[in-house]
Design a protein around this ligand. Structure first.
Ligand SMILES: [Zn+2]
Length: 248
């Protein structure tokens, strides 16, 4: 028996499949990440394949048969053409799309991931005259929210070791423990020998920005006023935290 269903999704990646088909990775709203076959998709005249370009937001009709999804229909809601005309936007879109594609396993539904990615693409699409730093900050916001959804939300209020409420100064971010470590505990912390970096100093303003990232939406966060030094620290620590938790 074939089961037909409908959902919305964002195309993550597509590759050639067998002689005439495409295999498409899609992050869907209702079923998480799926891999589906687009029959005849390699044909240059395939109307369906034209709706399934990477980064596109699509309405999908899927057929499930023997563990393999087939795409019965696809209607592109937005192909984010404003992104595809700008190299910087393409770069930051690819970074987020690849992160989702590599990190997320098939078949685990999480509407929060779908909404985060969709929202990120909409901001990139409509971004105008963003500086490189602003794009970097936007991607940092994406990473920290994404990691938090996946269960790596950092502890930002109490020391990850002694659990005491944090004092405003001389704290560090501990990648291994996933959060802030106080000045007393950081001196005694024994590093895991396999890691190059394990913790680094973090300023009070950077901690405040981290807290805001976990509370507010991307649009509001991009309006936060801060200085370059803080922004650099935010970007550096969030990227290191991602590297530490990457499992690909
Ligand atoms: Zn402590």
């Amino acid at each position: 028996m074939y089961k037909t269903y409908k959902t919305q999704g964002i195309v993550l990646k597509r590759i050639d499949w067998r002689e005439n088909d495409l295999l498409v990775n899609i992050y869907t709203k209702d079923y998480g990440k799926i891999k589906a076959i687009c029959k005849g998709g390699k044909n240059i005249n395939s109307k369906m394949a034209a709706h399934l370009e990477p980064f596109s937001l699509v309405d999908l009709f899927l057929i499930k048969s023997n563990n393999l999804e087939k795409i019965a229909g696809a209607v592109c809601l937005s192909n984010f053409s404003e992104i595809k005309n700008n190299l910087e936007k393409i770069y930051y879109t690819s970074q987020a799309i690849n992160l989702v594609n590599k990190t997320i396993k098939q078949g685990k539904k999480d509407e929060k991931v779908f909404n985060l990615l969709k929202n990120y693409l909409i901001i990139l699409k409509s971004s105008y005259n963003f500086s490189k730093d602003k794009y970097e900050f936007l991607f940092s916001i994406f990473i920290l929210k994404f990691l938090s959804i996946l269960g790596y939300m950092p502890e930002l209020y109490n020391c990850v070791i002694c659990k005491r409420k944090l004092e405003p100064s001389e704290n560090a971010f501990n990648y291994e423990k996933g959060g802030i470590i106080c000045k007393n505990c950081k001196k005694d912390y024994v590093f895991n020998q396999n890691q190059n970096i394990c913790q680094e100093d973090i300023s009070e303003q950077t901690i405040k920005i981290f807290r805001l990232i976990l509370k507010q939406n991307c649009d509001r966060l991009l309006k936060v006023k801060t200085n370059q030094k803080i922004l650099n620290q935010v970007n550096k620590i969030i990227r290191n935290y991602l590297m530490y938790n990457k499992y690909d």
